[in-house]
Each structure stands twice: as structure tokens, then as C-alpha cells.
Design a protein around this ligand. Sequence first.
Ligand SMILES: Nc1ncnc2c1ncn2[C@@H]1O[C@H](COP(=O)(O)OP(=O)(O)OP(=O)(O)O)[C@@H](O)[C@H]1O
Ligand SMILES: [Mg+2]
Length: 239
Amino acid sequence: MSNSVVTPPKDDAASAPMLRLSDVEKSFSQGKSALHVLRGASLTINAGEMVALVGPSGSGKSTLLNIAGLLENPDRGAVQVGGTHTARLSSKQRAKLRRQSIGFVFQFHRLLPEFSALENLLIPQMLAGLPRDEATTRAEQLLAMVQLADRAGHRPGQLSGGEQQRVAIARAVSNAPNILLADEPTGNLDPETAADVFSHLTAIIRNTGTAALIVTHNTELAKKMDRVVTIRQGEILEA
Ligand SMILES: Nc1ncnc2c1ncn2[C@@H]1O[C@H](COP(=O)(O)OP(=O)(O)OP(=O)(O)O)[C@@H](O)[C@H]1O
Ligand SMILES: [Mg+2]
């Protein structure tokens, strides 16, 4: 896969892990009291490493992913993306770093319903500044990689659930992110389709050296990853 849209690593990236969360704390207000969801969560993921994130419903998995993906700020603690200390960045710089370095697969794919599979892959690349013809070539390659070359013109509503999720995975890696964050990417799929989607995801991660953090309730899939970490009482425990 071409890495032409990857930005050069920043700061001390050569020696740094791809993603590092240090003592992250996050609370939400709940009437007069506060709900302490993350209470000092720390996690490091290196290039090419696939980490499963498990924990019961409401334990803070999506909250952690949103913070790792620079969609939300922690109350305390640090988030380092490829050696860049994100606390120092303006919101514009954070958005740029997110676009360039991070791919998201949401639990419910969130594809744009009005656009074809191919266009859903083109849009993030063109927003990142890639010319249309280059973005198209890459989008076609990615659809072929998830075995959907013959569905490029279908809108999400014309695709099966598993096909939509494969498009979402292809979209998440369309900008060749250094970090892939996936929130139960196979959660709403039947076991056979889930295994199929997961194998596509694995192939992409292994081929590109992406650091991946994947929320899953599926213990079979978790076991196939390099590490399994659990959120318990707001902290990350290594298995
Ligand atoms: N914006 C918010 N405002 C208030 N409370 C929130 C907010 N976001 C999340 N929470 C609360 O924080 C807790 C953790 O939520 P989170 O979505 O991270 O859980 P989760 O581990 O992803 O759960 P699930 O497995 O059900 O998706 C929950 O109790 C939730 O109600
Ligand atoms: Mg969640």
C-alpha cells in the first residue's frame, strides 16, 4: 500500500511509540456530582502493534478512544501521538494531526449515505489535500483490498452490513494513518462476517505498520491480537 499521504514523523518520533496515554483522567458532571470515568489510564502502543481493549459496558472504552483520537481532551494527563505532545497544540493543529495520523472505525460505520463507497473513501483523502485522480486510484486499491471492487458505485444503503463495515475500515485507513482506533468494528455483525472483516483489518494493520487499538467484546478476536488490555475502575490493566 502506498504511504504517499503519510506525513513525516514529528519531534522525537523515531524513538517514540505511536500512541502514548499517560495518567489520563476524565470526568463527566452528573448533576451535582462527578462521574470519574478515567482515573489515571496509561497505555503505550508501538508501530505495527494490535491491542484489544476490553471492559464492561460503561467502563470508559469509547471515552478512552475519543481522547486517544484527539476528539476529546482529557481533564489531566497526556496524549502523545507519534512523538507529538498534543497538549501543546492549538485546536487547529490537533485537527490537522488527527486528519493526518489517525483513522477511526466507529461501531456504527457512519458512512455518508448520499455518497458511493468509492466517494466515501475519496472525501477524507481530498480533504487532506490529495488530488482527485490519486485519491481515486488509492480508493480503488483499498476497495479491492477489502474485496469490494465490484461495489464501488453502491451507496451504503445498497450494501450489506458487513460490506458497509468493510468500506468503513477501508475509509479509516484511506489516509494511511499511523494510528487506527476501532470501536467494536465487528460488534453488529454475524460471527462469520465478523471474522471476515477482522481478517481484512488485521491484514491492513500488519501490512502498513499501523498501531491499532480495537475495542471488542469478542474474546476469540481479542486473543488474535498482540495484547489485551482491560479498563477497570478507570485504569488500564495489562493482561
Ligand atoms: N458526554 C458524556 N456526558 C456524561 N457522561 C458520559 C458522557 N460520555 C460518556 N459518559 C458516561 O461515561 C461512562 C463511560 O462511557 P463510555 O461510552 O466510554 O463506555 P464504554 O466502555 O464505551 O461502554 P459500551 O461498552 O457500552 O460502549 C458511561 O457511564 C457513560 O454514561
Ligand atoms: Mg462504547
